[in-house]
Design a protein around this ligand. Structure first.
Ligand SMILES: *[C@@H]1O[C@H](CO)[C@@H](O)[C@H](O)[C@H]1NC(C)=O
Ligand SMILES: *[C@@H]1O[C@H](CO)[C@@H](O)[C@H](O)[C@H]1NC(C)=O
Ligand SMILES: *[C@@H]1O[C@H](CO)[C@@H](O)[C@H](O)[C@H]1NC(C)=O
Length: 426
């Protein structure tokens, strides 16, 4: 208060100089002292908008009403006369309502603060109105993370968004797809608050778009989208590593890969011949490859139709990116209705068909002992399947001849099945 009065007094001295007169005269007998009819309004204004402060004074007499911006130590206006050179201001008077109004067009941050409505009576009377200039939030690019970030899997990543605005905005983080954010000791959170977000030992599932949202109660809130690519060398997972198929049949092998950056993927073939040549598989009338990708995952498959003796061999799906290379293999062999010491158990799904049998659509053998990468996130099925639609039988277990695998001999049923299958193929 002392400071305010000091400033006000100081400014009044300047006023005297401007107007060549001191404060209004002392109040004589019978004269009524000036009084404020109501407090000056407080205003919160969004930057660039217009406002007015109104001071209502009764019994003003010969005194003058001045508007003083305390925070800038500046006399803005006296009566309707503008003292400051800032053209955003104007002063108006409504004689009927006894009001003195200070108008501000296009409010700026520096216009915020305390405005004193002062009557230079003796004693002087004053009252204060407060102007708040608020600024909607922005995200300042300098000091914020780039909109696309790549990071190696297992490292830590800190994302930053610097919000600016009046009042200072609060920054919150969330993933665009709504999945939880793993913060600190991998605690799951739907969102996180603070200018920065640290992702410790980032994993591939944490790839994707992150949004930082700055808000300070002044609409609109703003957000920035930061795309995070978590990079890692390719991984390959082949669900069925050994596939038995009768001659003439058709089969589709599946191969799943994960890689970031996106890997180049292809199928290669190792023939069992003496040259043991290794060739990139080219599509043909009977053999075609297909693949679909979603994010860092790719599903590849290879279909072989009219299985021929020359197709027997090892098929490899290869994935390469700048960080490394991985491959999985599928051994394709002919199934024979013969007993051997090397047999494996397979679950057989057979469906009754009333119509005349057709060639088998899918014949896949998955050894029980299949070893899978421990970090694989794919479903780790233990199932062994032999699917055929061309038999009159219902589900049963069967065995199929294989080599180099520890298997359980339980082949009595399948012998019949394979015999039937083979027969139908002829
Ligand atoms: C304006 O704000 C000040 C400080 O918060 C307060 O003391 C005063 O009563 C307010 N005036 C009005 C008219 O609400
Ligand atoms: C092979 O993969 C493609 C793409 O993923 C898919 O559309 C197609 O159905 C698959 N074919 C077979 C026979 O599974
Ligand atoms: C067997 O045939 C039925 C109908 O003909 C079909 O819906 C089903 O998907 C087929 N099963 C397999 C494993 O091919």
């Amino acid at each position: 208060m002392t400071i305010e009065f000091f400033i006000a007094f100081h400014l009044l001295l300047q006023l005297s100089t401007v107007f060549g007169a001191g404060s209004g005269g002392t109040i004589g007998a019978g004269e009524q002292a000036p009084v404020f009819l109501e407090p000056v309004n407080n205003v919160t204004v969004v930057i660039g908008r217009d406002i007015s402060l109104t001071c209502a004074v009764d019994h003003l007499g010969p005194n003058k009403v001045a508007w003083i911006h305390l925070d800038r130590h500046m006399i803005v206006a006296i009566h309707q006369h503008l003292v400051t050179r800032i053209p955003r201001y104007s002063a108006t008077h409504d004689a009927h309502r006894n009001t003195w109004t200070l108008n501000l067009r296009g409010a700026q941050p520096e216009d915020a603060g305390r405005y004193l409505c002062q009557v230079n009576s003796n004693p002087m009377i004053t009252q204060v109105g407060i102007v708040d200039v608020v600024v909607p939030p922005v995200i300042v690019d300098a000091g914020s993370s780039a909109s696309h970030i790549t990071v190696r899997e297992g490292l830590s990543l800190t994302l930053t968004c610097r919000g600016d605005g009046v009042p200072a905005p609060k920054v919150t983080w969330r993933r665009e797809d709504g999945r939880p954010i793993f913060i600190g000791d991998k605690k799951k959170e739907a969102s996180s608050e603070g200018d920065s977000l640290t992702l410790n030992k980032i994993g591939r599932t944490e790839s994707g778009a992150y949004l930082c949202i700055a808000s300070n109660g002044v609409p609109p809130s703003v957000s920035k989208r930061i795309w995070v690519d978590v990079e890692f060398p390719p991984m390959v997972w082949v669900p069925a590593q050994i596939v038995g198929l009768p001659l003439g049949g058709s089969v589709t092998f599946d191969c799943f890969t994960e890689a970031q950056p996106k890997a180049i993927t292809y199928w290669a073939r190792t023939t069992g011949g003496p040259s043991d040549s290794d060739v990139v598989l080219l599509p043909s009338r009977r053999i075609h490859a297909d693949s679909t990708s979603s994010g860092y995952r790719t599903h590849m498959n290879l279909t072989i139709q009219s299985f021929d003796v020359k197709d027997i061999g090892t098929y490899r799906c290869v994935a390469k990116n700048s960080l490394g290379e991985a491959e999985g293999s599928v051994q394709l062999m002919e199934t024979e209705p013969e007993h051997s010491n090397n047999e494996m158990i397979v679950d057989v799904e057979l469906e009754d068909v009333q119509s005349p049998p057709t060639t088998p659509q899918k014949t896949t053998l998955i050894p029980r002992s299949t070893v899978r990468p421990s970090t694989s996130t794919w479903q780790q099925g233990n199932r062994v399947q032999f699917i055929s639609n061309n038999s009159h039988s219902t589900s049963r277990q069967s065995t199929i001849r294989s080599s180099g695998l520890s298997l359980l001999p339980r082949w009595s049923n399948v012998m019949i099945l394979l015999a039937v299958t083979k027969l139908l193929l002829l």
